[in-house]
Design a protein. Structure first.
Length: 325
């Protein structure tokens, strides 16, 4: 088991609406760690969206290949419930150069679910099937369609059926967040349920949810049986988690935990990039948003967050951010 875990397994960067944008993808993929990334979802209602919407969510489309500056592939994600509209927008994405289309059936946001999107479809596996099939038919094998689900909406009764629906519809691989919609992001993640799903489908399954440490990575892969994982909130909390996993895979050596100085340097670089095209007051909010994510599992990050959370001047914030780093 140790040999298998050390020498295989890909790592994806999961999308987070309003948080992981193109600049964040760039920063998080500069070191060897991630094998692919997924955009924030493009919300599809009942019409074919204009190219500018796709470029907003995935500016990497403008400069093929569709990848971060470090060359890590970027996959475009759609969220919606109308099969025809999803199909039309998948074709639009293909026309604009997308390398794959990912379908979001996992978003737990109440607003999204009230508007019949994301995890709302998990209550009816047939609707998941129809959505995936419409997109797969529209793409006609030119680029793959993939999907992301949770273990269900309120309970796990339909977890396997929803996974099988994605496969039957034509999904090339499936990402499973190991919680229901109602469980949100509350621990624990039920990685063993991903293993149950994996035994009932033949397409590759990717484990997602609560992988914060090397130990979590080991447990998630062991309990799920998956080779591949996706990191979301944990990649923001510790930008060196994926590179540490990759180093451990390659050498068996555990690198030290990321210091506050390392994490603060990412926030500094992020601010410098964002202020090139956004007002300082907006950048202040974005830096604090990322810093708030870093508090997970780090007392040092939490202490620094508490120290700077009321600062409103960007330069003052950045100076204080690294004052004790």
């Amino acid at each position: 088991m140790v040999v298998n875990l050390l020498h295989n397994g890909r790592i994806g960067l999961a999308p987070m609406e309003g948080v992981i944008d193109a600049l964040t993808r760039d920063l998080l993929t500069r070191q060897a760690g991630f094998d692919w990334t997924v955009t924030e979802f493009v919300r599809v209602v009942d019409a074919c969206l204009p190219p500018r919407v796709f470029y907003k969510h995935c500016p990497e489309l403008a400069q093929p290949p569709v990848a971060t500056p470090s060359g890590i592939p970027v996959h475009l994600q759609l969220l919606g419930s109308d099969p025809s509209a999803l199909a039309a927008n998948a074709r639009q994405a293909l026309h604009l150069g997308a390398m794959s289309v990912d379908l979001n059936f996992g978003c737990p946001a109440k607003l999204v679910n009230r508007h019949d999107g994301g995890a709302a479809l998990l209550r009816q596996p047939e609707r998941v099937y129809q959505a995936v099939k419409a997109v797969a038919d529209a793409l006609d094998g030119e680029i793959p369609v993939t999907a992301k689900i949770r273990l269900g909406f309120s309970d796990r009764r339909l977890a396997v059926a929803c996974a099988q629906a994605t496969e039957a519809g034509g999904a090339a691989h499936l990402v499973v967040h190991a919680r229901t919609r109602d469980e949100g992001y509350r621990p624990p993640a039920h990685w063993e349920w991903i293993g149950k799903i994996r035994r009932h489908v033949s397409i590759p399954v990717v484990a997602n949810g609560d992988i914060w440490t090397l130990e979590d990575y080991w447990k998630a892969r062991t309990l799920s049986g998956c080779d591949d994982v996706m990191l979301g909130r944990s990649a923001l909390a510790d930008p060196w988690l994926a590179p540490r996993i990759r180093h451990w895979q390659a050498t068996g050596e555990r690198l030290p935990e990321s210091s506050w100085a390392m994490r603060a340097s990412v926030l500094q670089e992020y601010a410098a990039l964002q202020r090139q095209h956004l007002p300082d007051r907006v950048v202040v909010s974005l830096v604090k948003q990322w810093l708030a994510q870093m508090r997970q599992g780090s007392d040092e990050a939490n202490q620094n967050f508490q120290r700077v959370k009321r600062l409103t001047d960007l330069d003052h914030l950045l100076d204080n951010l690294v004052a004790d780093a």
